[in-house]
Write a protein that binds this ligand. Structure first.
Ligand code: ADP
Length: 755
């Protein structure tokens, strides 16, 4: 309404009133209507201005006519107009304030609802409102997405149809509890059924919201996707289950089906296959499958198909409905595991990581199993060698105790294991140490590291003796310290005895050779001595007989020369006699003419024979007058004593003394011929009784002789059952002693006497 319009209207009414000359009370309703309209539509000042103008228009006529009866009602009417204007503007203002307050409240509500809706849509959980009967009132986009549908399609599904068939009854039960008011919140973990047949694990929370009336209300549904948590749980459980299988398994063959089953079961694959390298390493063949449907007889080549690509690249690869990962041993692909699903799926990063790790763990497991198997085989081989070896083997602890002995050793020593451990081995150990000490080797426990052998004598359980060769080898532990000792025991008795016999034969051969050499030497010495002796004698005989033949000699001279010739001939004769005697005695052809012989008598006769030719020495006799008679060959005994006396004289310088003594020595007569002559060098003493043996050093070498005398003397004494020996020191003299057994009755008598 334009600002001037009410005034125009008032002016028009006033004009009409004036023209009609009507009273103010007549025109009053018109003035009131204008004031009311203005008061409803315009502000307070304008309303009051219009009311004031209208009041003046009402007052103009009464004042102008001066009609006092008209003035009072006119004033009243003017007052009414102003009061109406004031009241109406106040009323309008109040109404306007109330309307704008209501408007603000409405705006706030709208904004709040918008915020709520935005919040509902932006949260990462699925939210929805449903009626108590389970039909949806509203779902947010997240929940629709979880259900795998658009929002409108999602609204068509009832609340209980959220769950898969198998879990639906649980959900129904929960909803019934909420409907009946028994519970206000119900929650569960379940799988959402999706139209593509897939499922989504979720945490479901349903809360009953109160309604206006009892038995009224709706349900707030909160759905949280827990597939990531579920998957990581499944991965962790799968890895743990596989580890458990590997730990408990006896071998790869037994474990592999369980490993494939664990992969399928925990990671929700429908089938699994293990591919392994063919022996020629040119192809892979499916060796093991999680279920009969997955068995395959096909082979793949490197680079061909999913499995071939994984084999070639050594890393996990996936196709729409399958994934394959390599089994790795030290970075080398030794097989592939293929997981198959009947719907499209893409493994998440953490699953890829888990599968790659599983490939490495399975590879290590296969390697360990192969190593263990090889170890077992090798141990069985060694055990067989140990059990069946023909050589005795014992295992000894580092402190020398026997731990184990193989059958060959027990058989060799004819002991059972207990005896072997308790006594036979300690004996062997002692024998080892003694033998080692003799050959300056370390004792068994001190040093078996050299691996050398030692031979010992050992008694068997059956009481026979064996030569055993022990070879000890220390077996170190991981730190290199000897953990135990392996002792190889060989029976070398036959070898040892043969070698001993061989050594004996060699020794006697050597002796025989030495004897032969000596004999040879002796023979040539003998020849030279004999020929020298003969030549000396013959030269004398020749010389003196020539002188006699040439004649012209005095009778005395002829007699003297004849005597020389006789002596020389006699020497030759004696030499020949000695040689023949010796030969007869050594060949056992010498006959003894045994009779009772008084040894003192023999000694006296020998001295009397020697004295005439031995003027340069003095003789002394020391005979035991009670010396019993002996049984012997008197002439031979005289030959013995004469020989010793002649030597005593021959090897004594002038003025020497020869002492003869006789005495009883037990059952023997003991005769000694002692001189103060040149003596015999110590190294020759043992040899003077050998034939043709002569001392060729010092004063002895210039004294003639044949070296036969003492040999014959020894033979004769021994033929009588006696012994002969010599004590001597160079420059001090020699003492020859010999014994002759007493006649048996004399011997007994002597025994009695001495007893
Ligand atoms: P021979 O004819 O050389 O005397 P024998 O057999 O009688 O031969 O003696 C052997 C050797 O023993 C002699 O060559 C001599 O060297 C030594 N012999 C023997 N008797 C004596 C003795 N009484 N004093 C020193 N040497 C002796």
């Amino acid at each position: 309404m334009r600002r001037g319009t009410p005034f125009a209207a008032l002016a028009a009414i006033f004009a009409v009133q004036a023209l009609a000359d009507a009273q103010s009370v007549v025109a009053f309703p018109l003035y009131l209507a204008v004031v009311l309209v203005v008061a409803l539509q315009q502000n307070r000042a304008e309303s009051i201005a219009v009311a004031a103008v209208a009041a003046m228009a009402v007052l103009v006529r009464p004042i102008a006519t001066g009609d006092a009866s008209e003035v009072a009602p006119a004033v009243l009417l003017a007052g009414v107009l102003v009061a109406v204007a004031i009241t109406m503007t106040e009323l309008t203002r109040h109404m306007r304030n109330a309307a704008s307050a209501e408007q603000r409240r409405l705006d706030g509500l709208v904004a709040s609802e918008r915020r709520l809706r935005a919040t509902l849509e932006s949260v990462d959980v699925g939210l929805g409102l449903a009626e108590l009967d389970g039909s949806w009132i509203q779902v947010n986009d997240r929940l629709a997405a979880m259900l795998g549908r658009g929002r409108d399609a999602a609204l068509q599904v009832t609340l209980s149809e959220l769950a898969r068939e198998t879990e639906r009854s649980d959900l129904e039960d929960g909803l019934n509890l909420l409907r009946s008011g028994d519970v206000l919140r119900w929650s569960a973990e379940l799988d959402l059924a999706r139209p593509n047949g897939g499922k989504l694990p979720v945490d479901l929370l349903v809360a009953r919201l109160p309604g206006a009336a009892a038995g009224d209300g709706c349900l707030l549904v909160q759905v949280v996707d827990i597939s990531a948590r579920k998957r990581s749980d499944a991965l962790r459980d799968c890895a743990a289950a596989m580890r458990q299988v590997i730990l408990a398994a006896g071998g790869v063959e037994a474990a592999m089906p369980q490993l494939l089953a664990a992969l399928c079961g925990y990671l929700d694959w429908d089938a699994a296959r293990q591919w392994t390298l063919e022996p020629d390493r040119q192809a892979m063949r499916a060796r093991c499958a999680s279920n009969p449907n997955a068995v395959s007889t096909a082979t793949v080549r490197s680079g061909a198909g999913l499995v071939g690509r994984v084999w070639q690249s050594g890393v996990l690869a996936a196709e729409e409905e399958s994934v394959a990962f390599p089994i790795l041993d030290s970075g080398e692909v030794i097989g592939v595991i293929e997981l198959i699903s009947d719907r499209a799926r893409t493994p998440a990063d953490d699953e890829v990581t888990m599968l790659a790790n599983a490939g490495v763990e399975i590879g290590q497991f296969i390697r360990r199993s192969e190593t263990t198997q090889a170890l077992r085989r090798s141990e069985a081989d060694h055990r067989a060698i140990y059990e069946r070896s023909p050589i005795g083997i014992a295992r000894i602890s580092s402190d020398g105790e026997m731990l184990e002995a193989n059958p060959a050793l027990l058989h060799m020593l004819d002991h059972d294991e207990a005896r072997m451990r308790a006594s036979a081995w300690p004996d062997l150990l002692r024998a080892y140490d003694q033998a080692a000490a003799r050959s300056h080797k370390p004792s068994f426990l001190a040093g078996v590291s050299d691996g050398g052998s030692i031979q010992v004598r050992a008694a068997t359980g059956a009481g026979t003796w064996l030569w055993l060769q022990l070879t000890a080898t220390p077996i170190p532990d991981q730190s290199g310290r000897p953990e135990h000792v392996l002792v190889l025991v060989e029976d070398v008795t036959a070898v040892r005895e043969t070698s001993d016999r061989l050594a004996e034969a060699l020794e006697s051969q050597r002796d025989a050779n030495a004897n032969l050499e000596k004999l040879d030497r002796t023979k040539s010495e003998f020849l030279s001595i004999v020929s020298h002796e003969f030549r000396t004698a013959l030269t004398g005989i020749q010389g003196f007989s020539e002188l006699i033949r040439d004649g012209g000699l005095e009778a005395d001279e002829v007699r003297a020369y004849g005597g020389y010739i006789f002596n020389d001939a006699d020497r030759v004769n004696r030499l020949i006699g000695d040689m023949l005697d010796l030969d007869r005695m050594e060949s056992g052809r010498m006959a003894m003419r045994t009779s009772d012989v008084d040894i003192n008598d023999v000694l006296a006769e020998a001295v009397s024979r020697a004295v005439p030719s031995a003027a340069s020495v003095e003789f002394k006799s020391d005979f035991d007058p009670r010396l019993p008679i002996v049984a012997g060959d008197r002439d031979r005994l005289i030959q013995v004593v004469s020989n010793l006396v002649n030597n005593a004289v021959k090897y004594s310088p002038e003025g020497g003394m020869v002492t003869m003594s006789s005495r009883v020595d037990g059952r023997y007569a003991l005769v000694s011929v002692t001189d103060t002559g040149i003596g015999i060098p110590a190294e020759e003493i043992g040899h003077v009784f050998e034939r043709f043996r002569r001392v060729r050093s010092g004063a002895a070498q210039s004294i003639p002789g044949t070296g036969l005398g003492l040999t014959i003397v020894k033979q004769i004494v021994e033929m009588h059952g006696g012994k002969i020996w010599v004590e001597s020191a160079v420059g001090h003299g020699s003492s020859f002693h010999f014994t002759i057994p007493l006649a048996p009755e004399d011997a007994n008598a002597m025994q009695l006497r001495h007893g």
